[in-house]
Design a protein. Structure first.
Length: 298
């Protein structure tokens, strides 16, 4: 225990993961001043920390795969329609919806700032190379320097036809990977909803935030995602958690990547089950929004 506190720190370990092990009143509210349940142990708190650490690593691989796919799709389909240099800096090439003007301006400003930042940076990088040698930066180069949040807004601000083409591309990729032409369709709304969810979890796993109980409080309606994933027989939470994120990944990832995700999650759950008492393990699954029949769903 002393070694764990030295290596992790009291705040990150105890303050971050104690909540499941605190005594509560008859209404389920934490008793103040805080006291631990009689069966609480340091080892279980540490096990929850370790579980969450491994969970972030597993999720990160899938989120990074989706981020790469989305960036490639945006670069390809936008450049296919707008072939002039720096077309992504022209407002006319984005959505004409008057309610999105501010967002479009923000996206263009962000793209311009990224180019300037890397052009002025010391050392070598692809943006600096293209600016100095070619006088412009192709979008398929630029997307590799954007955050997922910037990719999210780029897609949201694209014209409807580009959004639709990208959504169809994701379905086509799944059809090929599953060897099945009857994969569910996916709409631009579903892509935007997935992007919103992924953006929050992407930041959480990258910055070491508590992830197992992460909730997207402003979750859009999940019906479009559920349909795109071909999920039936289970009700998703209105505020997305880890389980809803996994369902979102089912909607967009190729078969190999999605199966790797659920295999790793399933392995983590099985390896961790004996490290918690049954009540706390059940609470862990609930915090992740896992239904009792989760293995049948995915």
């Amino acid at each position: 225990a002393k070694r764990s506190l030295e290596q992790i720190g009291y705040y990150s370990l105890i303050n971050g993961y104690k909540w499941m092990f605190l005594a509560r009143d008859s209404n389920g509210e934490i008793i103040h001043p805080e006291i631990y349940k009689d069966d609480a142990s340091f080892d279980e708190i540490k096990s929850l920390y370790d579980f969450d650490f491994e969970l972030r690593s597993i999720l990160y691989r899938s989120l990074l795969k989706y981020e790469t796919m989305l960036g490639a799709e945006i670069a390809y389909r936008f450049s296919e329609q707008h072939q002039e240099e720096h077309a992504y800096l022209a407002m006319d090439n984005f959505s004409r919806d008057t309610q999105q003007v501010s967002s479009v301006v923000g996206t263009i400003s962000s793209l311009s700032s990224t180019i300037k930042k890397y052009s002025d940076r010391k050392g070598k990088n692809a943006i600096k190379h293209y600016v100095n040698k070619h006088g412009h930066v192709p979008l398929w180069v630029l997307v590799n320097f954007l955050t997922f949040g910037e990719l999210n807004y780029f897609y949201a601000n694209c014209t409807r036809d580009i959004q639709m083409t990208i959504a169809k591309d994701f379905r086509h990729t799944k059809c090929i990977s599953y060897g099945d032409t009857h994969q569910p369709s996916i709409t631009p709304v579903a892509i935007m909803d997935i992007n919103q969810m992924v953006n929050i979890f992407r930041n959480a796993v990258a910055h070491g935030e508590i992830t197992y109980s992460k909730v997207v409080y402003r979750t859009p309606h999940l019906g479009e995602i559920k349909s795109a994933a071909g999920i039936r027989g289970v009700a998703l939470h209105s505020q997305a958690g880890v389980f809803e994120l996994i369902i979102a990944m089912k909607a967009v990832l190729p078969k190999k990547n999605y199966q790797r995700l659920i295999k790793d999650i399933d392995g983590l759950l099985k390896d961790s089950k004996d490290r918690f008492n049954p009540i706390n393990y059940s609470a862990l699954l609930q915090d992740m929004h896992f239904p009792s029949n989760y293995a049948d769903v995915w």
